[in-house]
Design a protein around this ligand. Sequence first.
Ligand code: IMP
Length: 477
Amino acid sequence: MAKKVILEAGRTFSEFSLLTDYTSKDCNLNNINLKSNLGQLSLGIPFLSAAMTSVTGYEMALALGKEGGLGVLPARLSIKEQVDIINKIKGYEMGFVEDPVSVRDNATIDEAVRLVEKHGHSKIPVTDRNNVFLGLFNFDKYLESNETPAENILSIMTSVDELPHTKNSEITVKQAKKELEENNYLIVLDDLGRLEKIAFKKDVENIVVGAAISTHKGWKKRVRACDEAGADIFVIDTSDAYNEFTSKVLKDYAKMKLGKPICAGNVITYEGAKFLMESGADVIKVGMSSGSICTTQREKATGRAPMTALMEVERARADYLKESGKYVSIIIDGGVSDAGSMIIALSIADAVMMGGYFNHFFEAEGEKYDANMQQTTHEPDIKYVATWGEGSSRARNLDRYGHVARKTFFAEGEEGTVENWGRLKPKLKQDIRKIKAALSNTGCMNLKDYHKKATIELMSPYTQNIVGDTHDMKVKE
Ligand code: IMP
């Protein structure tokens, strides 16, 4: 007889709905922030791209990092590859956005909103027929206003006099950086007031990046090299971290005294999480068998419903906090690929790691294909992006550290394709707005509030039919 047979089914994100709570007037999308801490590391948004060779390389880490998230560079990259990417990210220099996407003064609000949706920028310059800059359309301001999409853009535009701008079109990057200490952006006009370019504060801020490590020999060398290059966090990347190796790495890492947080994972049980916390983990990563490309449950029947795993790890965190006074951050990893799941997961987790979700974008590492499955780099033709798990045969073959396919090898991940969703920023921004809207419904200004106040409720399969989606109607094509 097994030690324990749990007859209550495990739960996943989409089985829950979020209840609303009182919302005050100032609890709106403009005022809500999604900042989150992973140990000492602070993130602008609670998203990590998975340490998968099909997902995270320089382009993904940079694109997500610029939005305030964190790319985690796979441990399957060589030390040199990881270091080169970190160096490039840390050396990324702000430049001006030349020829910013803008609208004319006779445009409707709807036209500007379409540009926001297409490019993901929340501010769109408004110019006259001579390209003279008149002001800015601010999407967030529009959302809080009573204006309708058919109205002229001028009805909502913030005019040039109220905006940080300069008529010195020769301004250098260094001078612009100084100005950006005061403002989030700087609009550069020529002496006739025509729009030249814009500089954004986000582009001068430190972009954070993480490095995955294994528990195999050589991990210390990797940590030292990546630390020197400027990695902000280390992530022990194993499919099952409830073991002696991981604990030893955590203890030895502490002795290195780098002053940077270390994340260990993955675990799915109370005991596993508690063990890693007691071994010194600052952050715990949760999930097994829920990854989009994962075949672990199929191959060896190990895994857990992700929401249940998260709830168990949360229980361990609460106990550990009481015992030690240390708050250990939790990352949920695997099975989150839409805003609804992110919203439910974030009622407990401090951050969400996603592989499949980020794999859909142009910035993902996987090869790009056109509609005929021909490989292409021509952006407008891209329809699909290649994906593969870190435990797939393909990833294993990439391994240059001696763990080449052995006779005993069995794959724990698939290889395939996902649909291309274009560039990361617009979709990410849209999902961020959905999450902020959910926080607003619960009257929460930030994730800390949300953890304290969120109430989620399990739905029965009957309820899911009614509440989960449209019903008794045909959706217009
Ligand atoms: P997703 O967001 O649902 O695609 O899950 C991503 C997560 O799946 C990663 O962060 C890993 O924890 C996990 N994963 C990546 N590759 C494999 C694999 O080959 N087998 C099993 N799990 C994997």
